[in-house]
Design a protein around this ligand. Structure first.
Ligand code: SF4
Length: 229
């Protein structure tokens, strides 16, 4: 007799089918675009409330100043750091956040991002969240894309798509959505990496503030109903 499928299995199968449809349409996304794990962390902090194109300019400035290590970034004078990251907006605030992260990484792991790959995950995430200016989405981007840890970046794009498809409640919070995805998917960082990037891609191409379901690779999953919300 075939094993009975639990609701957990059914959600997992549905999420994986959505993933398959997104891969088929958009292809591998190759996230995160960075040359080192420290650059991932810098990008995750700089991209808060800022378009990625602006972040790229700030990162190019930091790279040109050879400041993309914790020690070198921490050694920059504040006006210099602020000037380099100015294209990313709110540069004074972000300079403080970059400094706080670099100071934490230096104090805790001698500036080595590789150490984040081995530490017990839950305690490490709590530590990161205690660094001033590192919120859940930033912490999880650093852990997933900078350290290859199985943490889902449950951002606004993931919530929008999954809520419109009635997979999660519309008002689900960040931590609840992260827990939902992590508990319903295989704990594979490569899957979390690609699925998150693909949800961002469909969120930009079709599932915008007003959904454009015509031509969307996930339309079949609405099963003839309009998107919720
Ligand atoms: S645009 Fe429509 S079909 Fe596409 S993900 Fe959003 S709700 Fe689903």
């Amino acid at each position: 007799m075939a094993p009975v499928k639990t609701p957990q299995d059914l959600v997992k199968r549905r999420l994986l089918r959505l993933y398959g449809a997104l891969v088929a349409r958009h292809g591998p996304q190759g996230w995160w675009p960075a040359r080192s794990p420290f650059e991932v962390a810098v990008g995750a902090i700089l991209t808060q409330h800022t378009a990625w194109t602006s972040v790229e300019r700030a990162i190019a400035n930091l790279s040109g100043d050879r400041a993309l290590t914790a020690a070198r970034l921490a050694a920059l004078a504040t006006p210099r750091l602020e000037g380099l990251i100015r294209p990313a907006g709110t540069y004074r605030l972000k300079a403080r956040r970059l400094r706080a992260f670099a100071a934490w990484l230096l104090a805790r792991f001698q500036g080595r991002m590789a150490a984040l790959e081995r530490e017990p995950l839950a305690a490490l995430r709590r530590e990161l969240l205690a660094v001033p200016g590192i919120g859940p989405e930033t912490a999880d981007s650093i852990l997933l894309y900078g350290a290859g840890r199985p943490v889902f970046v449950a951002d606004v794009y993931s919530r929008r798509v999954l809520a419109r498809h009635r997979i999660v409640p519309q008002r689900i919070g960040y931590e609840e959505l992260r827990g939902f995805l992590e508990s319903h998917l295989p704990g594979d960082p490569r899957l979390f990496n690609e699925l998150h990037a693909l949800l961002v891609a469909v969120g930009k191409s079709h599932c915008r503030t007003r959904p454009r379901c015509d031509g969307c690779p996930l339309r079949w999953d609405l099963r003839g109903r309009p998107p919720r919300g």
